[in-house]
Design a protein around this ligand. Structure first.
Ligand code: ADP
Ligand code: MG
Length: 238
């Protein structure tokens, strides 16, 4: 426990709640071999502070609130455990809807996230990643969803839109990520985010990532995510 605390202090990691200590290298994590190989290939030598603490916490099964500044590697912090989570699920469920859902505030961010997830080895794991944002032809996306999607990435408005047109069900989602939660709320997506949270099974794992942790996000968390470990890097969110 003393070691856990000193590892946290060393990297300016603040944690409230119970979870395993930070990893020093990716190899210490319980990520599958194939994923470790991909990490090496793309040249990530060492986990960033948010990755060091969020990866073991998410793999442990915690709901995680990750507060760290822009550019600190939050995408991989949730995507690596998410890929492992999806990969470990029984396959036949595929056609009934995505297993993981990532929401982001803008089209550009959703695009970047989808491409990072693909880069991180979704292809090696044979996982199907679908990006859905406003303006893209809905019919084709509904068709892809029917053929089977494992990870759905999109803006909250578009996801609700797909559900309303019966193109997508969230009943199989067991891993939900709210990325850039502060910006999603700033942009007026709170009703859509709440609706998505309300449609997902209560035993889901939720990860919320944000550069700040202002009142509105705090309130959303209190009302919708029962127990969570909060990880803050440096002075972020203050
Ligand atoms: P954030 O979401 O916190 O703003 P990103 O996830 O977009 O940050 O990551 C910022 C950049 O850092 C990206 O170009 C990403 O590829 C890179 N990156 C992420 N993790 C690592 C790592 N462990 N080592 C080196 N580069 C990394
Ligand atoms: Mg980000």
């Amino acid at each position: 426990d003393h070691e856990k605390l000193s590892k946290r202090t060393e990297r300016n990691i603040h944690v409230s709640g119970e979870c395993p200590g930070p990893i020093v290298s990716f190899y210490e994590s319980k990520l599958p071999e194939t994923l470790l190989r991909v990490i090496k290939e793309i040249g990530y030598d060492k986990p960033t502070p948010i990755q060091a603490q969020a990866i073991p916490a998410i793999l442990y099964g915690c709901n995680v609130l990750g507060i760290a500044q822009t550019g600190s590697g939050k995408t991989a912090a949730y995507s690596l455990p998410m890929i492992r989570h999806v990969w470990a699920q029984p396959r036949p469920k595929r056609r009934q809807g995505p297993i993981a859902l990532v929401t982001a505030p803008t089209r550009e961010l959703a695009q970047q996230i989808a491409s990072e997830i693909r880069k991180l080895g979704a292809s090696k794991f044979n996982l199907r990643v679908l990006l859905t944002v406003g303006g893209d032809p809905k019919y084709e996306q509904i068709k892809s969803l029917r053929e089977g999607v494992d990870i759905l990435v999109g803006t909250p408005g578009r996801i609700i839109d797909l559900i309303k047109s019966k193109g997508c069900s969230l009943q199989q989602v067991t891993f939900l990520v709210l990325d850039e939660a502060d910006r999603m709320l700033d942009l007026g997506f709170e009703p859509q985010v709440r609706s998505i949270l309300g449609q997902i099974r209560p035993d889901r794992q939720v990860c919320l990532f944000s550069a700040t942790f202002r009142n509105r996000v705090q309130q959303l968390v209190r009302e919708t995510i029962a127990e969570a470990v909060k990880i803050t890097i440096g002075e972020a969110g203050s």
